[in-house]
Design a protein. Structure first.
Length: 199
């Protein structure tokens, strides 16, 4: 398969790349690195990326910036970070990208454990992830040409646990490699409308 991977240098994306590139052609995209550049918060940038990349069999999205901090400090401006990137950016990948995805191809988006298991400071990220999850479930019944769509909801990663540990008391971090297998399941499997939660 020819796969477009957005965010291939991040903690999740690099593990997904390492796994998928063993069996597929992977085209990487990032803000400042990769085979092509894209600003996920910009619909124009997303459209230009797809125009440059052309037809693919699968699109995998692993980025998604969001404000992390106390609700009392969350402003509309800070909340826009998650809305423009994790929520709107990923949805726009589907809206603008489906004409470039082959029949029976797939989209795999990234959400996060805190949409179902909340933590203090995570309201904005949870809001965006929950919106993506709902979009995936609803879009799955209307995707054209039997294109599949799923999302992966990882727990806090081992590689990020020191940075985020104060926000995730009692959570048991998971390896990036284990999370990558959930993406593989979505890309290479047959299910659609699913949330693959990695505890």
């Amino acid at each position: 398969m020819r796969i477009l991977l957005i965010g291939a240098t991040g903690a999740i994306g690099s593990a997904v790349y390492k796994d998928l590139v063993q069996r597929h052609e992977v085209v990487t995209a990032g803000r400042s690195t990769g085979d092509v550049q894209v600003e996920i918060a910009s619909a124009e940038s997303i459209a230009a990326m797809f125009e440059q990349v052309g037809c693919v069999d699968a699109v995998v999205s692993t980025p998604g910036a969001a404000y992390f901090g106390a609700l009392s400090e969350l402003t509309p401006e800070k909340n826009e970070i998650a809305i423009q990137n994790k929520l709107k950016g990923q949805i726009n990948l589907v809206l603008l990208g489906h004409p470039y995805v082959a029949d029976r191809g797939s989209f795999t988006l990234t959400t996060g454990i805190i949409m179902d298991d909340p933590v203090a400071g995570g309201a904005s990220a949870a809001m965006a992830s929950g919106g993506v999850k709902a979009f995936v479930q609803a879009a799955a019944i209307e995707m054209p040409r039997e294109i599949r769509i799923n999302n992966v909801s990882p727990n806090v990663l081992e590689v990020s646990s020191k940075k985020y540990e104060p926000y995730f008391p009692g959570f048991i971090p998971v390896s990036s490699e284990r999370v990558a297998q959930a993406f593989r399941k979505s890309v290479e499997g047959a299910q659609t409308g699913k949330t693959y939660t990695v505890y």
